[in-house]
Design a protein around this ligand. Structure first.
Ligand code: GRF
Length: 214
């Protein structure tokens, strides 16, 4: 698998750890960042994983940037592409060849709050819970079929930062579970729906509990 990042890489770290301890039977063959300063690149180097910086500022269009990503993914024979805090909008140049093999995590209970500042928006709306959703990537921004979703209660006096930290913990659990389902051949994209073990996943994804059958 390849992991695409732009920043601190705590989800990447969860994948590195899950591969190391055998929980995720996969190999991370490449970590790509569009941001040369991404702290996640250091995590990959520390784990002796090949890294590549593809700086979007060196490409005239989103399409030419995506073509460079596809070239790198093909060169590493990648079967699964994980977006983990990758802050670029993708085009069909990347999405089409990897459709059904391309996952993202979004820090909200999709379909609520696609886009940015999700935790602040949940607080502003006085929601009682926030969360994160792993989904297949399609052309629709943060709109592809959900796979698994974790809910986090909002507490009185919560700040966006505090909430984000509690959600991040759940992100690390659900993202590695989704990747494991994929590499085990249990998770697939069928048309507009994700399936697990051949059964359609509910529209907002499988609801994660710590007792979930991992
Ligand atoms: C996570 O909150 C993820 O949901 C969002 O970007 C953030 C990445 O965090 N897509 P990290 O770089 O994995 O720590």
């Amino acid at each position: 698998m390849a992991v695409l990042i732009s920043g601190r890489g705590t989800n990447l770290q969860a994948f590195i750890d899950a591969c190391d301890d055998g929980e995720l039977p996969a190999q991370i063959s490449l970590v790509i960042s569009n941001n040369p300063d991404a702290a996640g690149l250091r995590r990959a180097e520390h784990a002796s994983i090949a890294t590549l910086c593809v700086d979007h500022r060196n490409y005239p269009t989103r399409e030419t940037f995506d073509a460079a990503l596809v070239e790198a993914l093909r060169a590493h024979s990648v079967d699964l592409v994980i977006l983990a805090g990758f802050m670029r909008i993708l085009t069909p140049v990347l999405i089409e060849p990897y459709l059904g093999r391309l996952l993202n995590i979004h820090p909200s209970l999709l379909p609520k709050y696609p886009g940015l500042k999700t935790h602040q928006r949940a607080l502003d709306a006085r929601d009682s819970e926030a969360g994160a959703t792993v989904h297949f990537v399609t052309q629709e921004l943060d709109g592809g079929p959900p796979v698994i979703q974790a809910r986090v209660p909002i507490q009185t006096g919560d700040t966006a930062e505090g909430l984000a930290a509690r959600v991040a913990e759940q992100e690390h659990s659900i993202y590695t579970i989704a990747a494991r389902w994929f590499v085990q051949g249990r998770l697939a994209l069928n048309g507009h729906r994700a399936t697990l073990d051949g059964e359609p996943v509910p529209p907002t994804g499988i609801q994660y509990t710590s007792a979930i059958n991992r």
